[in-house]
Design a protein around this ligand. Structure first.
Ligand code: UDP
Ligand code: MG
Length: 310
């Protein structure tokens, strides 16, 4: 059976030699398997491209797709999956060894037991900062509360996909690609393999909190329309309350002759509801922006160079 290891890389020159060594150690433990390596160089600006080229020159099983600039990990994964569509299974690994390459062994075992999707479940995230774990926890809660297809907790992109699962993912035409959501959406028999998320041995994460926040918004808007509908119910609730309040004020005036007072309460109400209206407009804007991106129909990425890809 042929397995493709798909690795998106962006400025990973520090960690790549170590990754190469580790992956080759694992492959050596599985002499009966045929591996190919698909590296998607996502517009790296450091020596990553040279390292990959060198490796590809020595080993024809190493395929490299280089983008014309940085298009992001989701685009890199999509490009890699298209290249790997002929393999029996594709295993997605980060280049930074945070997803340990040893996972390949249990992944393949599960695949042979008949699972189409085998994902790595981070059972210990103590290597991630408290803030990262906390925000990730909030995101998953929110996502699962509103999405029609809940994500399994603590699953990253690190996983094995069978050929038919890869084809199903590639058949999804959207441009805004929240891959974790797409992998999960296609279904098929799925198994989890728990693992301990490692610390990065070298190099740096490419995800600051602003990028993560935008990624979370992309995930939520790509998978659910609940944020749009929420405002309808909120509007109904507020209008109902306002109507009852108006009755109450009229009653006070007619029965007790109380003067209608309250500059302060008026200001609070105006400011509060202007804020609410702006937020709801913002939510519509989020979706509208994404529709705009979809209708433009731009390609997801531009390829600069392919090596050993036939
Ligand atoms: N990556 C990529 N393009 C990007 C950002 C990241 O291909 O724009 C790759 C990166 O090289 C690594 C993987 O995606 O192999 C995960 O990135 P990172 O380790 O920075 O993310 P984290 O583990 O911190 O979530
Ligand atoms: Mg990482």
């Amino acid at each position: 059976m042929k397995t493709a290891l798909l690795v998106p890389v962006y400025n990973e020159q520090e960690v790549l030699p170590l990754f190469r060594q580790k992956v080759q150690e694992v492959a050596a433990q599985l002499p009966q398997e045929k591996f190919e390596y698909i590296f998607v160089n996502d517009g790296s600006l450091d020596g990553t491209a040279e390292l990959l080229k060198e490796w590809a020159r020595q080993d024809p099983a190493v395929k490299v797709i280089s983008f014309s600039r940085n298009f992001g990990k989701e685009a890199a994964l999509t490009a890699g999956l298209s290249q790997a569509a002929e393999a029996d299974a594709v295993i997605i690994l980060d280049a930074d060894l945070q997803d340990p390459p040893e996972l390949i062994i249990p992944f393949l075992q599960k695949y042979k037991e008949g699972f189409d999707v085998v994902y790595g479940q981070r059972c210990d995230r103590s290597q991630d900062s408290f803030l990262k774990r906390f925000t990730a926890g909030c995101f998953y809660k929110c996502y699962n509360a509103i999405s029609t297809r809940p994500l399994p907790a603590n699953a990253g992109d690190c996983r094995l996909l069978s050929r038919r699962a890869v084809r199903a993912v590639l058949a999804l035409p959207e441009r805004e690609r929240f891959m974790k959501g797409l992998f999960n959406w296609v279904g098929f028999p799925t198994a989890a393999v728990p693992f301990k998320r490692q610390a990065r041995p070298a190099g740096q994460t490419k995800w600051n909190y602003w990028r993560l926040w935008n990624f979370a918004l992309e995930g939520l808007t790509a998978s659910s329309t609940v944020p749009l509908r929420l405002w309808t119910y909120f509007g109904f609730a507020v209008s109902g309350f306002a109507f009852l309040y108006a009755l109450w004020v009229a009653f006070q005036k007619i029965v007790y002759g109380n003067p209608v007072s309250g500059y302060a309460s008026l200001m609070v109400a105006i400011l509060f509801f202007s804020g609410v209206q702006l937020i709801s407009l913002g939510v519509i804007g989020e979706y509208l922006g994404r529709i705009f991106i979809e209708v433009k129909q731009r390609p997801l990425y531009i390829i600069d160079e392919k090596i050993n890809c036939d």
